[in-house]
Design a binder for this molecule. Structure first.
Ligand code: C5P
Length: 398
């Protein structure tokens, strides 16, 4: 799929730069031409020699390299590329990109590029969570940049959390999906998935049985069809879909914020089992169990209805908004009313009262409710449901 593709790979200075060597190998193995560019600080982590040996191309490092400028200027370098990949993308380089700053070869190329740009952020947890980085990320998303990762885990600095660069195999998959030809190519799809966790105190929370499998399968199908997929997921068991931009959240409020900052979409599928309520005052310390103490009483406030808000957007509403409805009785009737109440285009309704477990199980049986029809689909695996749904969506969008 990548044979003959020209990938301009920008390596910026982070400990994760060593993983880019593996990315170069994987890309070369697929037949892609990798044109490497390194920032000054990247050279502290890996040597240009190892990068160029693996890429079979000389490494560009200097904005004012007369020989290179004569041969191929920086504008030309980006014009020849089919895709620009920044891996690792440091907080500093992301800030430069968000601000349109060009003071070295990497940032100048990024500013001069008229190609799709993919970023694999890598940084310390505190840097990732810093409001400045959060702001920059939002701007980059709005500019249409594709974000892959970061992962959560132990970091080189010994701290734990999000900020670790996505694995090279995952970045490769995202690159492949950029070139995947399919009926959803050029379309942006948002998917919410999984449960939300609503905290009671620092160690306890309220959750539900959603495994996130149905949402994950839907994301996979759209990725396969060539769409650009943003997957906003609560703490779900299901493996994350490769090739999608994954945004991990915990609570309904975080899910709402992630959806609101993810940009505009052609299709939005709300498969998440969002908690309807959250505890109104989350205890900052662990609620103690002590003899003689009255039992704790929880009071709740309603969570925002994300599906309803997006369905009723005045500006930038997706062409197709799809919700789910888990019902225990009068499925079609209730789901039909829900579709109107929420203002979405389709509802996939399922009966969760039977013996066959839908939530957490591998299969699903749905009724697709649209403005003027209710189509009952047979029992299928969640993958088959996802396939049927994605096929129907692409038919409608044509
Ligand atoms: O109202 P109910 O929870 O049955 O609606 C289910 C649908 O609404 C699902 O598509 C779910 O993802 C979405 N939803 C939401 N935000 C909420 C509650 C539900 O997006 N707070």
């Amino acid at each position: 799929m990548l044979a003959g593709k020209n990938i301009l790979l920008i390596i910026s200075g982070g400990i994760a730069a060593y993983k880019s060597l593996q990315l170069v190998r994987l890309l070369s193995k697929e037949g892609a031409k990798v044109v490497p560019v390194m920032t000054k600080s990247a050279e502290q982590f890996v040597t240009p020699l190892s990068v160029s040996a693996l890429a079979g191309e000389s490494v560009r490092t200097n904005l004012f390299d007369l020989e290179d400028e004569a041969e191929m200027g920086h504008i030309e370098l980006t014009r020849a590329a089919d895709l620009v990949v920044v891996a690792p993308a440091t907080a500093g380089l992301m800030a430069k990109m968000a601000g349109g700053l060009a003071d070295d070869l990497a940032s100048t190329l990024l500013l001069a590029s008229n190609k799709r740009i993919m970023l694999a952020p890598a940084m310390n947890v505190a840097m990732w969570e810093n409001p400045a980085t959060v702001r920059n990320l939002k701007l980059l998303r709005e500019d249409g940049r594709i974000i892959v990762g970061p992962d959560e885990g132990e970091m080189a600095c010994g701290e734990y959390g999000p900020g670790r660069m996505a694995e090279p195999e995952v970045i490769l998959e995202a690159i492949r999906s950029e070139f995947a030809d399919g009926p959803m190519r050029g379309k942006r799809v948002l998917i919410t998935s999984g449960p939300t966790h609503e905290p009671i105190d620092p160690v306890r929370y309220i959750a539900n049985r959603s495994s996130g499998l149905q949402g994950t399968e839907i994301a996979r199908e759209f990725v396969k069809m060539g769409a650009e997929v943003v997957f906003v997921t609560g703490p779900a068991d299901a493996e994350r879909p490769k090739g999608a931009e994954v945004v991990e959240v915990e609570t309904a409020l975080e899910m709402e914020a992630a959806v609101n900052t993810a940009g505009e979409f052609d299709v939005a599928v709300f498969a998440a089992a969002v908690a309807d309520w959250r505890v109104d005052t989350v205890s900052s310390g662990k609620i103690k169990k002590e003899a003689g103490r009255p039992l704790p009483k929880l009071s709740f406030v309603e969570n925002p209805d994300i599906l309803k808000t997006v369905s009723r957007r005045q500006k930038g509403r997706p062409t197709l908004v799809i919700g789910f409805a888990a019902e225990t009785d009068d499925v079609i009737e209730n789901a039909t009313a829900k579709r109107i109440r929420k203002g979405c285009d389709w509802i996939l309704a399922n009966d969760v009262s039977g013996d066959r477990p839908v939530m957490g199980g591998p299969d699903n049986q749905v009724v697709l409710i649209s403005e003027n029809a209710a189509e009952t689909w047979p029992w299928m695996t969640k993958r088959q449901v996802a396939h049927a749904l994605a096929a129907k969506v692409s038919e409608v969008l044509e």
